[in-house]
Design a protein around this ligand. Structure first.
Ligand code: PHE
Length: 338
């Protein structure tokens, strides 16, 4: 019986199928109900006990060998099938998935559109910024305590350079290179050394605005913001709360009246009906001087808002981390947005 099994092992090892049909025939021949292995196992039962140990082991090897041959050949054939199908040029095309814009881009583009309509240009600047543009020129000299308002990532080898903490730096660059009248918005990514949670991340996106001309007043700022909120949220009732930024004087925090019509409104506004959306103020005369603009002749206003926060408000996203994870299931939901 040992010889018989060894013969079968040889046969199986030399098996070389031409098609999947050959594999199926091979399977039936060896492993089928009435196949070779079944009959060998029947013979095995009648063996003397002392032979059973060696023969049984051999028989099991034979069975495993047959099964692994079948599995291996099946795999190579299915690979062949795929490559044949791929070479078939009459095969129907795969449906093309149309991507969607990222919610940050959707909101950013919308805000740019709103300000473009009232004459604001777009300005951009570097994300690795020097101390002057991010801090000093903005009335935040070295050791000024207000530098702590924005936890900063410094470049280790040269701490004069840092990852910008706001796009106010772009406004300084713009003022250095352009004479008033100036009307510009600066969209871009900014960085802060903050613990990551559902409400804060170490990078996010801002749009800051700047308008400088003769006789620009706080009333101009307020009107511009009312126009903006009515366009973006469909709500124009705003309130300005006194605040502090080193680069503006006076400074204010802007709240928009969202309303209290349903449960979500209550949750979003913590029951007040008001939502804080940005900071703003009249450009501090020192900032104008730093950019060679005469504060005796010119005045201006500035404002800054977080795009991520606005996107979260508009689309009811409750975790800021979703905006940077690029999970297709999340992004897919914005296909129909503007
Ligand atoms: N730069 C401020 C910030 O990032 C926002 C701001 C811009 C406030 C302009 C006032 C005026 O927090």
């Amino acid at each position: 019986m040992v010889d018989k099994i060894n013969k079968k092992i040889k046969e199986i090892n030399s098996f070389n199928p031409k098609s999947e049909k050959d594999i199926e025939e091979f399977r039936i021949k060896y492993l089928g109900k009435k196949g070779e292995l079944t009959s060998l196992f029947l013979d095995f039962k009648n063996l003397d006990n002392d032979k059973k140990k060696t023969v049984g082991k051999l028989l099991n090897e034979l069975k495993l060998l047959a099964q692994s041959k079948i599995d291996d050949f099946k795999k190579t054939f299915s690979k062949k099938d795929i490559s044949q199908a791929l070479n078939d040029i009459t095969r129907p095309g795969d449906p093309i998935e149309i991507g969607s814009r990222h919610p940050i881009s959707i909101v950013k583009n919308r805000i740019i559109e709103i300000f473009s309509e009232i004459g604001f240009s777009i300005s951009e600047g570097p994300e690795i910024e020097d101390d002057w543009h991010n801090f000093s020129a903005l009335n935040l000299p070295e050791h000024h305590p207000a530098r702590d308002m924005q936890d900063t990532f410094f470049i280790e080898k040269n701490p004069d350079y840092l990852l910008r903490t706001h796009t106010s730096s772009v406004q300084i660059r713009h003022m250095e290179n352009n004479k008033p009248p100036i009307r510009t918005i600066s969209p871009g990514r900014v960085y802060r050394n903050e613990a990551i949670s559902s409400r804060s991340h170490c990078f996010f996106h801002q749009i800051e605005g700047l308008s400088i001309d003769k006789d620009v007043s706080f009333a101009d700022l307020k009107q511009t913001l009312e126009y903006f909120t009515s366009q973006l949220f469909g709500k124009s009732k705003i309130r300005l709360r006194p605040s502090y930024f080193p680069f503006t004087e006076p400074s204010a925090e802007v709240d928009v009246y969202w309303g209290l019509e349903n449960e979500t409104d209550y949750r979003m506004t913590k029951g007040t009906g008001w939502l804080e959306i940005m900071g703003c103020g009249m450009v501090d005369p020192n900032v104008l001087k730093n950019c060679n603009i005469d504060p005796e002749i010119y005045s201006g206003f500035a404002f800054g808002l977080g795009i991520d926060r606005i996107a979260m408000l508009l689309h009811q996203i409750d975790d800021i981390r979703l905006l940077s994870e690029n999970d297709i299931r999340f992004l897919d939901q914005f296909k129909s947005s503007f």
